[in-house]
Write a protein that binds this ligand. Sequence first.
Ligand code: ASP
Length: 430
Amino acid sequence: MADVSKKNWYSWYFEFNLLYRILIGLGVGIILGIIFKEKILWIAPFGDLFVRLLKMIMMPIILSTLIVGASSVSPATLGKVGIRVILFYLLTSAFAVAIGLGMGAVFQPKTPLGDFAQTAGREAQAPTIAQTILAMIPTSVAQVIVNESILAVIFFALLFGIGISYLRVSQEERLKNAGNTLYMFFDGIAEVMMLIIKGIMQYAPFGVLALVSGVIATNGPKVMGALAVVTAACFVGYALHIIIVYCGILKFYTGLSIKRYFMDAKDPFITGLVTRSSNGTLPVTMEAADNLGVPKNIYSFSLPLGATINMDGTAVYQGVCATFIALSVLGHNYSLAQMGTIVVTATLASIGTAGVPGAGVIMLLLVLDSVGLPVATGSPVAGAYALIVGIDALLDMGRTALNVTGDLTCTTIVAKSIKQLDMSKWTIKK
Ligand code: ASP
């Protein structure tokens, strides 16, 4: 067997923190674009390569992660607790997208990136909400996968996943085996896709460098100001979501002390911030739930589920970034119907977002697709998207902190609402 510990001349590249590598790619891309201007455009195919790799992975990852996400909720747990937890997760995520879109409208992050003629026609005939909802129900599953009709694929994947979850708890051995086999099959695919993404992200520093130098060469360095505005809009959105939704519900619906809550909630918050992974933070979130007096039978169901399907921070981020891209390539914001579509897609996309660093930026592809702004090679959308990828690590820190706080808040609120919260833990002075 080959000695894997052997170092090659390029090993340093893989050992060096990916986050820094992407930031360096962004910085070098900006500098090359400023210095060489149009002369750097020969580099474009290297950027296109990155976009193609991401697009390649999009459909399999949505299908597999959504099917696994939906099939991991067993119908038996869908009792009083399950329904409340899932409803809370979905509603807060939808609200988070709306906050993101609101922040986009207030901060107006944009950097004009040229005409988006290709999709201008499509945009002019933006469908009504009724048409969008009907179009979510596919008449041919194969066709919607081939045509990359995201909402329809999501709809089918959710139904399929729920179907598997019923098989898995069937009394009949044959059906149970079939359900478990299917679950393992899609779980396997999802894991393989994660590995492929990890591989693709090793190329991200070069992809970002190539795409960003092209954007700077054709648009000048003013785009950096726009990125600062995107970052500010995301972080203000994250903070508002905590204040309005979490603190609001804790205080006015459950009457719990916010100060006491954050004595324990700060631990997963900070861990999420530094690890950028909801899954990685899970043990800390569980410990916090325990310290807050949530019974184990509730948090052992709701927190792993939340780390898989509840991503409020990612939802805020999708709203802001989708607005940034529309303002930059179309010159104006979305119509109300398109915003409705984004709320639906981004909420569902958050179910399919894996709780690992950087997963949200892949899901942004599908949100953009759903409003007729596909990240196509060589298009201004791809340029705007690359700018987001360049600063994604920073945005991911905040959104993951919010994601895990959302899981814990929901869990605490549900426990309190069904009178199972151990209130003795809330009176003891820490
Ligand atoms: N990093 C996030 C999380 O683990 C997911 C994302 O990239 O949005 O919660």
